[in-house]
Unconditional design. Structure first.
Length: 312
């Protein structure tokens, strides 16, 4: 996507002594029935042509404020016209304003732009903001990266753009990973891509973390994917993964671990637990004697009737 700035009108002030220009400027600075200036209205309504007509009459670097029609009180809506354009997903205006906005944009404002654009599914704005943000870094106190947010909200196009630039191993504060959200939201291709994006020696751990997370956040619609992923885990580590999942679930519900009865979990997600317990994963400890010197059984997809770890 080209970030070339379209031809812009002159930002020169109206000539002194030109009554017509002064009158036009005054009319553009008047507010509409909901307290917006013409600039704010053009950005929020998505009218690029109107924006080009009125932009020269406004200070685009100033905060955007809406005026209460009764009290006259001004409420800040955005830090600048650029911030507002990004917030509303008005890519053409944001693209036009970008060259003049970069000098004043702080890292925190860029993070806010990426955060909102990801949640609101504004792909063009995500693509525009990416060069100015470390997409591998968390965007909030929950340690959520843009990739985690895109997966959790099911923003497939944004996921495809961010995944090659991100680290799929990053976890939220509660331990949830992008792979877990991909499974929950039934995004099969993205789940595969998540696994393939990490070094092969780390893929089993990534899957194990996702399965544990699914106990906490629920399987959602991705039941078949979750069941297939269970077959990827070496029997030697499976019991620990299942128990960690139970503990995560209890933490999520703020229940004591001692109350984590199987019936409670089974009532919520019977398919996941049923397969975990019937697929001999829960009895893996008895097979530990046959483990390799490293303490884990070899991952043999063909021996267990499962697909290779690189495929779902």
């Amino acid at each position: 996507m080209s970030l070339t700035q379209p031809a812009a009108p002159s930002l020169a002030q109206p000539a002194n002594g030109d009554p017509g220009s002064a009158q036009d400027r005054d009319s553009e600075l008047e507010r509409d029935s909901i307290g917006r200036t013409a600039l704010q209205g053009a950005i929020e309504n998505g009218s690029f042509e109107t924006f080009l007509r009125v932009v020269e009459k406004h200070d685009v670097s100033a905060p955007i404020e809406r005026q209460d029609s009764r009290s006259g009180t001004l409420t800040r809506v955005a830090e600048s016209a650029f911030d507002l354009a990004c917030m509303r997903g008005n890519f053409r205006v944001a693209q036009w304003l970008l060259p003049g906005a970069t000098a004043s944009m702080t890292p925190e404002r860029w993070k806010t732009v990426l955060f909102r654009a990801t949640i609101d599914n504004h792909f063009g704005v995500v693509e525009l903001a990416e060069p100015f943000v470390d997409v591998k870094a968390p965007l909030n106190e929950n340690n959520e990266t843009a990739l985690l947010l895109a997966m959790s909200f099911g923003r497939e196009k944004i996921v495809d753009f961010l995944l090659p630039l991100s680290d799929a191993r990053v976890k939220c504060v509660d331990g949830t990973t992008a792979l877990a959200w991909a499974v929950k939201n039934e995004m099969e291709k993205r789940a595969r891509d998540c696994v393939d994006s990490v070094p092969e020696p780390e893929r089993e751990a990534l899957v194990a973390d996702a399965i544990a997370s699914l106990f906490a956040i629920g399987v959602g619609d991705g039941e078949e994917i979750a069941l297939e992923m269970l077959r990827w885990i070496s029997p030697a580590i499976a019991p620990g993964v299942i128990e960690r999942g139970r503990a995560l679930h209890m933490e999520q519900l703020d229940y004591p671990t001692t109350q984590s009865g199987g019936a409670d979990l089974g009532a919520l997600w019977p398919p996941l637990l049923a397969l975990a317990e019937s697929h001999e994963l829960a009895r893996a400890a008895s097979e530990a004697s046959a483990a390799t010197p490293s303490g884990q059984l070899p991952i043999s997809a063909s021996a267990r009737g499962a697909k290779p770890l690189t495929r779902l």
